[in-house]
Design a protein around this ligand. Structure first.
Ligand code: NAD
Ligand code: ZN
Length: 372
């Protein structure tokens, strides 16, 4: 925010949060541009936090771009995977920071997907009661969703993202070129979160996604640039109005209530988060139909676009003996439930979402219909 960003060819989206406002910069090749990293809080040291998959591909390139701005550029390489989003991994970051005698001005750079971003953000919130951090997301999911908005967390054995903080980054730098090395399955998972923004906020964007799904899956640079930019704009608008999820921000969880039940019920990691959300959006749209908000043609439309993204549309059976009961009990445990009542994000077919409860019997019908 605090700079004149006349970086050539860089799209910018602003997250407007008063004196904590920041910019999302979107362009191919940002990682290699030292000028993209100017104007951040001054510090003598930068600490790059990444993981063992991303480090061999991108660590040295980021280090090269940070070198003109910091006297010391340190790094810590975390193990890769959702199962490492833990206290132990968080401590690896603190060990590295304290071991190098870093002070409270050190800037943390999260280089990787949503797992690295969430853990690094939480480390930045807690280290010396808060140090600046920058998101450098390298997955589609992280570029369109997790790196933006300031939710940071680690998992607890009893629940996902249960320990965390709201803590905003100083900047988000989305280098679209990093998506070239992303495995196909991860790209599809990211597309789930892109699709999400259509039915909850912008039907014209849903039309665009449907028309451009082929180009997106082929990683056409212009298509990816538009998808990331429009997704970030919608997220920025929502977060700007409701940073701490006292209301509106919950619409971003479209597909996530069913999705989290699938993730937890299958065991974390069996289905990618985006895969569960894709299937969850089909289920939430079915529920919207049963609640009289949309017609069956709209359900088919959402199912078709999720399928076209390479995502699953048939829900898994979580328990052969009492499948509906298992889904319901998992959903009642979700953070978003209130006093055991599940709050669903439903859509009305005109680009608006609403939060609503639904009778267990109706939800049960949706689960039965979806598990085929
Ligand atoms: P991830 O971070 O596990 O990354 C997916 C895989 O891709 C990993 O193996 C990673 O090492 C690898 N990878 C990353 N960038 C790569 C690249 N450019 N080339 C090749 N491989 C690459 O998963 P994700 O989908 O990015 O993020 C999921 C996490 O994000 C979950 O923990 C979820 O809870 C969290 N999340 C947070 C928010 C939020 O608001 N904070 C929102 C949505 C999701
Ligand atoms: Zn999500």
């Amino acid at each position: 925010m605090h700079r004149d960003l006349s970086l050539l060819g860089v799209e910018q989206v602003v997250i407007d949060l008063g004196d904590r406002s920041y910019c999302i910069d979107i362009a191919a090749g940002l990682l290699d541009r030292a000028d993209a990293f100017s104007g951040l809080p001054s510090a003598s040291a930068a600490m790059i936090v990444t993981n063992e998959t991303v480090a061999p591909i991108y660590l040295e390139r980021l280090r090269g771009s940070l070198a003109p701005h910091y006297r010391t550029v340190l790094h810590v390489v975390l193990p890769d995977g959702e199962s490492f989003k833990t206290w132990d991994t968080l401590n690896l970051i603190f060990d590295a920071l304290l071991g190098a005698a870093c002070d409270r001005k050190t800037v943390l750079f999260a280089l990787g997907g949503g797992v690295v971003g969430d853990v690094t953000g939480f480390a930045a919130a807690a280290f010396m009661r808060g140090v600046p951090f920058v998101q450098v997301p390298t997955t589609l999911l992280a570029q369109v969703d997790s790196s933006v908005g300031g939710k940071t967390a680690i998992n607890h054995p009893l629940g996902k993202n249960m320990i965390g903080a709201f803590y905003q980054p100083q900047r988000v730098l989305c280098d679209l070129a990093t998506l070239d090395t992303l495995p196909e399955r991860e790209l599809s998972a990211g597309l789930a979160e892109v699709i999400k923004y259509g039915p909850i906020a912008d039907m014209a964007f849903l039309d665009w996604i449907e028309r451009n799904m082929g180009a997106l899956r082929k990683r056409d640079p212009q298509a990816l640039a538009h998808a990331v930019k429009r997704s970030c704009q919608i997220k920025a608008e929502v977060v700007g109005q409701d940073e701490r999820e006292s209301g509106l921000r919950a619409i971003l969880n479209f597909g996530h209530t069913f999705g989290h039940a699938i993730e937890a019920g299958m065991g974390y990691g069996a289905w990618l988060h985006g895969e569960a959300v894709g299937c969850g959006m089909v289920m939430a749209t079915r529920l919207s139909a049963r609640m009289g908000l949309v017609d069956n043609a709209f359900v088919e439309r959402i199912k078709a676009v999720v399928e076209a993204a390479g995502l699953p549309v048939h829900a898994p059976v979580l328990d052969g003996a009492d499948n509906v009961g298992r889904y319901l009990s998992l959903m009642k445990l979700d953070k978003k439930s209130e006093a055991g009542e599940i709050r669903f994000v439903l859509v009305d077919g005109s680009g608006r979402a609403l939060m609503k409860g639904a009778p267990d019997a109706v939800v049960g019908e949706v689960i039965v219909e979806s598990c085929v």
